[in-house]
Design a protein around this ligand. Sequence first.
Ligand SMILES: *Cc1c(COP(=O)(O)O)cnc(C)c1O
Length: 362
Amino acid sequence: MSQWPAWLPLNERLRPLSPYGAPQLPAEAVLNTNENPFSLSPELAKAIALRIETVAINLNRYPDRDSTSLRRGLAAFINSLSKTQFSEGNIWAANGSNEIIQSLFLAFGDRGAMGFTPSYSMHPLIARVTNSPWIEGKRASDFSLDVELAKVEIAKTNPSLTFITTPNNPTGSSLAIAEIEELAKNVTGLLVVDEAYAEFSDEPSAVTLIEKYPHVVVIRTMSKAFSFAGVRLGYLVADKSVIDALLLVRLPYHLSALTQAAAEVALEYRGELLGNVAALIKNRDWVEEQLISLGMRVTPSKANFLLFSGFDIPAPILWKSLLDEGVLIRDVGLSGHLRVTIGSEAENALFIAALSKILQKK
Ligand SMILES: *Cc1c(COP(=O)(O)O)cnc(C)c1O
């Protein structure tokens, strides 16, 4: 971009980039970043405040730089979901899974990374920022991942990091565990499975592959199903040697004592925080039905959002018309498609009513 001042010694590779920027706009229904629409109960908010108060007395000291207690809690959480046997040595925690992704690139990215588009836009963006070569793999025209084709592309380029996102963002489609295992058998570097939406899917988690395939690493987050996006807590489940390598690139004391404390309370209240997942899945099915009855095409989703197409106005114009009706959804840059996060029943109804009104008007 030419607007950078000439005196600014900005790295050449960063000059053409734009910062990540999902619009944060006021709207009646905020359905654009796949957050959980349900806020925390007053009881949980109070429990966090009380824990923070205890921790606050020691804020003159640096936090536990290894987040040992939190990682132990996260290991127990994953073990309870997937019947695995992980300990804190198999978990790394950071400020959102985006920091996990950055650490993976810093530690392992030199030989290049591959992902299959359309997928999570931060994977290639963080690759660029960390100076890791990025190789774009392809998906089928219905956005599903053709595992056989992926194997050929992986063999051709042999990247040190192969990213798959399942359920995939922005499509919502997911891979069967057998397909992930097939990829694991054909990847020589690390197979990075981004499971930001795993709690919404009934597929087994790829964490169940790690014991047999130690080069499979799984990214999880508290930002989506866990209803805790504001805290910024993402984590990695992996073989201990992977975690040990990440210690080389982490910044000292990267995870604040406040974050660690809040996340530990969240784990204690997991029942409440994950309690709305079933309702969200039901609401997703309702929104899908409504979209189809409005003549839209919907990609089958195992996440808390839907990618839809079938409208005959340009996506940015439909996006803006919805915003004018108080509904903020996401233009993911895929021609003819928009993505909507599943919200509360009232938000979903507002979205469907607004869309119906716009489609009838034109
Ligand atoms: C939302 C999302 C993340 C989450 O990032 P956090 O930094 O944990 O909030 C990671 N991966 C994918 C695919 C996502 O959609």
